[in-house]
Design a protein around this ligand. Structure first.
Ligand SMILES: Nc1nc2c(ncn2[C@@H]2O[C@H](COP(=O)(O)OP(=O)(O)O)[C@@H](O)[C@H]2O)c(=O)[nH]1
Ligand SMILES: [Mg+2]
Length: 261
């Protein structure tokens, strides 16, 4: 996808195109003649000591979806996060803290609704974009990925921003498709996509959740989103986490290329 073809005014851009090979490789999960509503959507997240943010995040989801989206929190907190989650009607799955990906893998596999949306529980992601993400799924997308870097991500620490640009450049090269934000926490998936693929990464799970569907020919679209400053403290160590993400991107891209042989 060239930058000129990239979405500008808040619409999405498809990444690559389905080659006959890629399309025949996957199950046909795209159902375009049924319109999902928020009754068909689960919003899921890992939560680890997010008492400063969780009420805001869950209230935003409720407001935007009119209380219709189901919410799942996979929680490893030692603070009041799980109580606040339950008070807001979320389903809480308790799990020892083992890192981002261990929590989010359990979270994306938990729902039985057909559309699964991930977010962080830190108030950085715009829940008001949920209707647009759902509309994109109803338009036939298998994965809709929020691109924080499109609008500049001024709220992101500069080191992380640089790293995220670098991850996107490397992933684009290795995957053979231009992607712009590989580590975003906000995406919508058809549930079949998350169920059909085996997930292996932890800190790098977000990149894996984008790259494997993309390299298997699913309809993956990036959509520019706003990105706000975090409430509460980050759980990711920028250097160790960054190295783990880089390793995940290499591993996943190589595995997906070998899988095509
Ligand atoms: N359950 C659980 N959640 C986690 C863990 N690590 C991170 N999270 C959650 O995963 C999300 C992403 O982490 P975050 O600190 O926002 O990472 P950042 O966006 O890279 O700064 C947040 O909602 C965290 O609470 C963990 O070990 N266990
Ligand atoms: Mg975050």
């Amino acid at each position: 996808m060239s930058d000129s073809a990239r979405a500008t005014n808040g619409s999405t851009a498809s990444i690559g195109g389905d080659s006959a090979d890629e399309a025949s490789e996957r199950d046909d999960t795209t159902v375009t003649d049924e319109a999902y509503t928020f009754d068909d959507v689960s919003v899921v997240m890992g939560t680890y000591n997010e008492a400063a943010a969780i009420a805001t995040v869950l209230e935003d989801i409720d407001e935007v979806t009119d209380g219709r989206a189901a919410v799942v929190c996979v929680d490893g907190s030692s603070d009041r996060t799980p109580e606040i989650a339950r008070e807001h009607g979320a389903r809480v799955i308790e799990q020892e803290p083992q890192g981002y990906g261990v929590a989010v893998r359990e979270a994306v596999l938990a729902p039985d609704r057909p559309v699964v949306v991930t977010t962080d529980c830190d108030d950085t992601y715009p829940m008001e974009a949920l209707p647009a993400f759902l509309a994109e799924i109803n338009d036939g997308a298998d994965v809709v990925s929020g691109d924080r870097l499109y609008h500049g991500a001024a709220a992101m620490p500069a080191f992380n921003r640089l790293g995220n640009h670098a991850f996107a450049a490397v992933a684009s090269l290795l995957a053979g498709e231009r992607v712009h934000d590989t580590t975003t926490g906000m995406r919508a998936y058809r549930r079949e996509v998350v169920e059909e693929i085996g997930w292996t990464e932890n800190t790098g799970l977000s990149a894996e959740l984008l790259i494997r569907p993309l390299m298997r020919g699913y309809d993956v679209r990036e959509r520019p989103i706003a990105y706000a400053e975090r409430l509460g403290d980050t759980k990711l160590d920028p250097i160790g986490g960054g190295a783990a993400i880089a390793k995940s991107i290499l591993t996943v891209c190589v595995e997906e290329r070998l899988r095509r042989l």
